[in-house]
Design a binder for this molecule. Structure first.
Ligand SMILES: [Mg+2]
Length: 367
């Protein structure tokens, strides 16, 4: 089998309300999706997560040319060509995101060719149901509004909810954590994501001041490049630390693990180098006793891939689910996701279980 064409789709969705995090607010979301077409008529879907327009340029500028003619069933060979050989000078960043998209599509093709879900190619079921957490409480000026959103999510049955803070100082944001705890009560796990927005002193103050709220994890408290600072913080607080959505490849995660910087690793399949790379990261994390909660905050293609991977690995912990309607998400799935009380049933469709139909393309494509 050979790759004969790769189509690139830039999707855009305008949000009904701004999503505000420590680094600013945004009103629109983009998704970069590839359709990898083979000479045997099988097409696979993949997604590159990051700066969608830059990933698009990298794909169209040179990477598609490198991928044409490769056998999508020989995934290590594809990885070797697209990641290790051709991008020798580019070890991180959007080039790896672009390669991740093509690699992900190869798994989709392989699953469809063999008529099995991707998790079967990865070793089979470890889990047939995955516990999820809801990930869409954004920072608001009015703490009560954050509490109301958290209550809405709690009523959907989720046992864990993540909120974004850090637009104000740790002391000022206490009122928001208080509103969240008041809304969801003591028995729902609460995670706080700072999106790298605090400096060292703010991060240490946050960990100390917020400790009484029994946080399940504190995510990216400082700039993701400040690994020593993260490790230092982790050694001095009882709050578990999560990070990794801005890290690349297994080598990047090895640095995080060697420095004891995280309790929970968060590789993004559409960013780190694809499904095999994420699997390698999970195996490495297992050796360190670290749990993996993959970053999964993009379209339904990434969601499909993330479910397939998590179904097959022993140290996967909590699937990130966007419970808002802000992303091009469930409409890409072959069948709507079955979620009950925050538990996702692993679908059994061949490949990744996602499709890109004409209706979705018409509605969201940017030309
Ligand atoms: Mg995050």
């Amino acid at each position: 089998m050979k790759i004969k064409e790769i189509r690139v789709h830039l999707l855009q969705k305008k949000l009904t309300s701004s999503m505000i995090i420590s680094r600013g607010g945004f009103d629109v979301r983009h998704h970069l999706i590839v359709e990898v077409v083979t000479d045997e008529g099988i097409t696979g879907l993949g997604e590159g997560v990051g700066s969608a327009r830059i990933i698009q340029q990298i794909l169209q500028g040179f990477m598609i040319e490198q991928a044409l003619g490769l056998d999508p069933m020989s995934i290590e060979a594809v990885r070797s060509k697209l990641i290790d050989s051709q991008v020798y000078m580019e070890q991180k960043g959007s080039v790896i995101c672009a390669a991740s998209a093509i690699e992900m599509a190869c798994w989709d093709i392989k699953g469809k060719a063999l008529n099995v879900p991707v998790f079967q190619l990865l070793g089979g079921h470890y889990l047939d149901k995955i516990e999820a957490y809801a990930s869409d409480v954004y920072w608001e000026e009015d703490p009560e509004k954050m509490g109301e959103n958290a209550s809405r999510i709690k009523s959907l049955g989720y046992g864990a909810i993540k909120a974004h803070l850090g637009c104000k100082s740790p002391r000022e944001d206490i009122s928001r954590i208080q509103a969240l705890r008041d809304a969801i009560g003591p028995d729902i796990d609460l995670m706080i994501d700072l999106n790298g927005g605090y400096n060292r002193l703010q991060a240490f103050q946050a960990a100390k001041l917020w400790e009484p709220f029994n946080l399940y994890w504190l995510e990216e408290p400082v700039n993701p490049n400040q690994i020593d600072c993260l490790a230092d913080l982790r050694s001095r607080t009882s709050v578990p630390i999560a990070a990794g959505e801005n890290e690349f490849r297994v080598h990047g995660f090895k640095q995080l693990f060697d420095k004891n910087a995280v309790d929970v690793a968060m590789p993004d399949i559409g960013r780190v180098g694809g499904i095999q790379e994420t699997r390698n990261i999970c195996a490495l994390a297992e050796a360190y006793g670290i749990l993996v909660s993959p970053h999964n905050y993009s379209s339904g293609v990434l969601l499909g891939a993330t479910i397939q991977l998590m179904a097959s690995i022993p140290n996967a912990h909590l699937l990130e689910i966007d419970t808002s309607d802000n992303a091009v998400y469930q409409e890409l799935l072959v069948e709507p996701l079955q979620i009950k009380d925050g538990i996702v049933r692993v679908p059994e469709f061949p490949g990744l279980g996602v499709e890109l139909n004409e209706e979705v393309l018409k509605k969201y494509s940017v030309h």
